[in-house]
Structure formats: C-alpha cells, structure tokens
Ligand binder design. Structure first.
Ligand code: CAA
Length: 295
C-alpha cells in the first residue's frame, strides 16, 4: 500500500472515529445492533456493553456448529459493529460448554463439488479478515475445525482452562477449509500443525498457550468476564491507534520484514496527525490520565 492510500485510510478512520465521539456516552449501554428481537433460537445473540460489541454463538443443540445461516448472521453482525462509530472492540463468545464444534457437517454431508463451489461459503470468512476493529475470542470447551479457524480469525484468544482446540476434518474425509492449515501453522509451527491436521489431535488450553495459539488461559468460571474486562480495557485506548496497531501486526503475516517495518513506521508517523497522540503524550508528561477522543 502506498503512502497516499495510507493517508486516505487514516483520514477516513479519523473521520469515522471522530463522529463516534459526538455520539452517546460510552458507559454500559446494553442493547443490540441489528437484532432488536432477541429470540432464543437465533443462531447468534448480539449486544453492546459500553464501547464493546458482543456476539454470542447460540446453537447449543449442535455444539454451536457453524451453519451457513449462523455464519451469515455472524459476518453481518461483525460488519455492523465495524461500521458502528461507538464500538471500539468486538468480543465473540460461545457458551461455557462449547465455543464451536466446526462447520455444520449436516449442511455439507450430501453436497457435490458444484454445490460447494456455488455456495462460495468461504467468501464470508474473507469478510471477517477485513474487519478493522480488534476482535477478542472468549473460548471455552471445544474449538474444533471451523471453530478453531474462527478463533484464529480473531486477534486475541482468551481461553478457559477447559478449552480444547483441534482440526479434526481429516476424520470426516476432508481437510480444514477456512484457513486452518495456514493460520495454525503460522501460530504453532509446522510440526505441531502437522500433528493436529494429519491426525486430528486435540490440544488443551494449556498446550495451546504454550504453543502460542492462545493469548491467555483463565479459570473456566471467569472466562467470559476476563475476556470482557480485557475488551473494556482495550476499548479505553485511543481507538484509531487501536485499529492501526491491529493492521500493523496482521501485516507481519503478509509481507517481508523490511516491508513490514516500513509499513509500521508510516502508520507510526501518521498517528502524529491525531489529537489522541498529542493528548496521550501531553497527559504522560503532565502525569494525568489521558482523555482520548478518537480524533
Ligand atoms: N456439525 C453438525 N452437528 C454437530 C457438529 C458439527 N460440526 N458437532 C456436533 N454436532 C452435533 C451432533 O451431531 C449431536 O447432535 P445430535 O444430538 O442430533 O446427535 C450434537 O451436536 C452433540 O454432539 P455429540 O453427541 O457428538 O457430542 P459429544 O460430546 O459426544 O462429542 C465432539 C463432541 C467431539 C465435538 C463431536 O461432536 C465431534 O466430533 N463433532 C464434530 C467435530 C468436527 O469434525 N468438526 C469439523 C467440522 S468440518 C469443518 O469445520 C470444515 C471447515 O474447515 C470449515
């Protein structure tokens, strides 16, 4: 991306975050984005807690299997939050029992290659990649197949000590299709990824933390609160710097070290165009708490 693109991207972001600051006060507004009638059998539930947009997967009877409809609603909700100026961080959670046991096998069992091609279901997953705000995954119980891949699409994974991660697609005659072979390998390295992808091995939360697949492991009973607390802390940071920080870290997967360093430096310089940089550094010098405005 050239400097001009970066400048226009930052200008657009400054504009949209700037609008946020003139909106409602941030404290604990519980409501919903695009889902005003929360139904017990909706495949996802959407709510707000201050500047955090929360999405909960809700197909308990099938261990939150990621049906086409669930994925459609999930991606729409993510984009809705990404476009909502007053949301700074997004949190996705399953239940305490299960994050998600993968793509819905019953959706796919009888499909032909043409059905799968026409469905183009992975185009939706591509849209998750384009979400600019940080996404935190609160994972408890199984995160398997597409469930593990969904967690790996997020930016931070807070795992309960009961979480289990795996790519067991090999057991049903396929391989991961939503990035599992690529993201898992980048996270844990070739040999651990091979063990999981070729043999369908599940790993525990503690192993996942040791291997670099999760950010933190927390007690089961507090896993959601711990993830929400982290999301709230992050949402207190300057929102524009937050997005650019995510963009810079993700760039590390896409490019060479030299290009990545240059990219980071340009984003660093560009943040000196924001009021929040002036406020953050002045507050430090004056030994007070900064008041970020997202401009
Ligand atoms: N799709 C559809 N239904 C699923 C499902 C899935 N991925 N995982 C579980 N379920 C359903 C089961 O069929 C069962 O439904 P019924 O009560 O109607 O029989 C219900 O959820 C409970 O599951 P189990 O009885 O199997 O529960 P368990 O505790 O004995 O086992 C499990 C739990 C080990 C997670 C087991 O359910 C399992 O192996 N699930 C499949 C995991 C898997 O293979 N995931 C990969 C899917 S393919 C994929 O994700 C491709 C991709 O890259 C996008």
């Amino acid at each position: 991306m050239g400097l001009n693109h970066v400048v226009s991207a930052i200008a657009a972001a400054v504009h949209s975050v700037g609008r946020a600051s003139s909106g409602n006060p941030p404290n604990c507004i519980r409501g919903s984005v695009g889902h005003n009638n929360r139904m017990a059998n909706d495949p996802i539930h959407v709510e707000r807690d201050g500047h955090v947009g929360i999405i909960r997967l809700n197909r308990p009877d099938v261990l939150n299997a990621l049906s086409l409809e669930l994925m459609r609603q999930l991606v729409d909700a993510l984009e809705s939050f990404d476009n909502e100026p007053d949301v700074f961080v997004i949190l996705i959670a399953g239940s305490e029992k299960v994050w998600a046991a993968g793509a819905d096998i019953k959706d796919m069992a009888g499909a032909s290659v043409v059905d799968m091609y026409e469905r183009n279901q992975f185009a939706r997953w591509e849209r998750i990649r384009r979400i600019r705000k940080p996404i935190i995954a609160a994972v408890s119980g199984y995160a398997l197949g597409g469930g593990c891949e969904l967690a790996m699409h997020c930016d931070v994974i807070v795992a309960s000590e009961t979480a289990k991660f795996g790519q067991p697609e090999i057991n049903i005659g396929v391989i991961p299709g939503a990035g599992g072979t690529q993201r898992l390998t980048r996270a844990v390295g070739k040999f651990r990824a091979m063990d999981m992808v070729l043999n369908g091995r599940f790993i525990t939360a503690q192993e996942a933390e040791r291997f670099g697949l999760v950010s933190r492991v927390v007690p089961r009973e507090h896993y959601f609160d711990a993830a929400l607390k982290l999301a709230q802390e992050m949402a207190g940071k300057p929102p524009l710097a937050l997005r650019l920080a995510k963009e810079a870290v993700l760039k590390a997967h896409e490019t060479t070290l030299t290009e990545g360093l240059e990219y980071e430096r340009k984003l660093f310089y560009l943040l000196f165009a924001t009021d929040d940089q002036k406020e953050g550094m002045t507050a430090f010098v004056e030994k007070r708490k900064p008041q970020f405005k997202g401009r």
